[in-house]
Design a protein. Structure first.
Length: 300
């Protein structure tokens, strides 16, 4: 990905969403050629010269001081996640000129202790995903919940590939539009934080090539962080599920995110989740019965 272009497009997309009236600027005069704020208006709001701001937006942000970056963030009314993304873009450019210590790559598998925690969450689907949205671990109930994505035992299922490339996704996610938007916003933030991650770059390239909708969402440059919310599933076996999710970041597994799902007691979703647990137990029993046992090598 062209780093200078990422800076330019992100800043342009943020100023395009702000109306002059909302920040107290006059609108009388000649017809405006661009939506939102002009570069000179952002410069004035940030207390910068027009020429300097234009250079920054064209990619020179990597040489700007922290105070200048924060001034631009205030002028563009960036939220906390967007400001962090802007800082990531600036720092990534600095790393290009003077490479620093690379960030630790998340592991492809979790430690046994964390898997034990997942398995101990009885009645609660729980999984661990990577920054590239690979599901690197799950407990049996989470595997049952996401049974539609476990189609290839050779590779970890990927939530973004499923959402944008699998025809089943729009039936599985009852709120597909929101899920798709959130996943792209997550990947955009991840790309700012780790722009040289080959796996991430390959994933974005693949999705951009194969999905028109992904390309459209990616071009919006939205970034978003969320710690909890509600997902609306349609499971092929038990039907509709409205589940609250909570995201946790295990300190012992940097870069990985643990997600748990719960249902409100007394609801249809809670009943269906209980039914899903019974179905998952049945599936596990059938697998154990069909798995051949290895003859004992012990000699009496």
């Amino acid at each position: 990905m062209d780093h200078r272009r990422q800076i330019q497009e992100f800043l342009a997309s943020r100023r395009a969403r702000i109306s002059p009236q909302s920040v107290g600027l006059p609108v009388a005069g000649r017809k405006r050629r661009v939506p939102g704020l002009r570069r000179e208006e952002v410069a004035a709001l940030a207390g910068l010269s027009v020429d300097y701001y234009i250079r920054l937006e064209r990619g020179a942000l990597t040489n700007a001081s922290d105070s200048v970056v924060h001034a631009i963030a205030r002028a563009l009314q960036l939220d906390e996640t967007e400001q962090a993304h802007l800082i990531d873009l600036a720092r990534a450019g600095q790393a290009t000129a003077a490479p620093s210590r690379p960030r630790r790559t998340p592991p492809a598998a979790i430690a046994p202790q964390l898997q034990t925690v997942l398995d101990a969450l009885v009645g609660v689907p729980a999984l661990v995903r990577s920054p590239t949205l690979d599901v690197v671990a799950a407990n049996p109930l989470a595997r049952a919940l996401y049974s539609v994505i476990y189609t290839d035992v050779r590779t970890a299922p990927n939530l973004a590939r499923f959402t944008f490339l699998d025809p089943q996704a729009k039936q599985f996610w009852r709120d597909w539009d929101r899920v798709a938007d959130d996943l792209v916003a997550h990947l955009r933030a991840a790309a700012g934080a780790t722009p040289y991650d080959r796996n991430l770059t390959d994933l974005i390239g693949e999705l951009s090539t194969r999905s028109d909708i992904f390309r459209q969402l990616w071009a919006r440059h939205d970034v978003r962080a969320y710690g909890r919310g509600t997902k609306h599933f349609h499971h092929p076996v038990v039907g509709d599920l409205d589940l609250r999710y909570d995201l946790l970041e295990p300190a012992a597994e940097p870069g990985l995110t643990m997600i748990t799902y719960t249902a409100e007691p007394g609801t249809t979703s809670h009943d269906n989740l209980t039914l899903l647990a019974s179905w998952a137990a049945t599936q596990n029993t059938e697998q154990e019965e069909t798995t051949p046992t290895r003859p004992s090598s012990r000699r009496d």
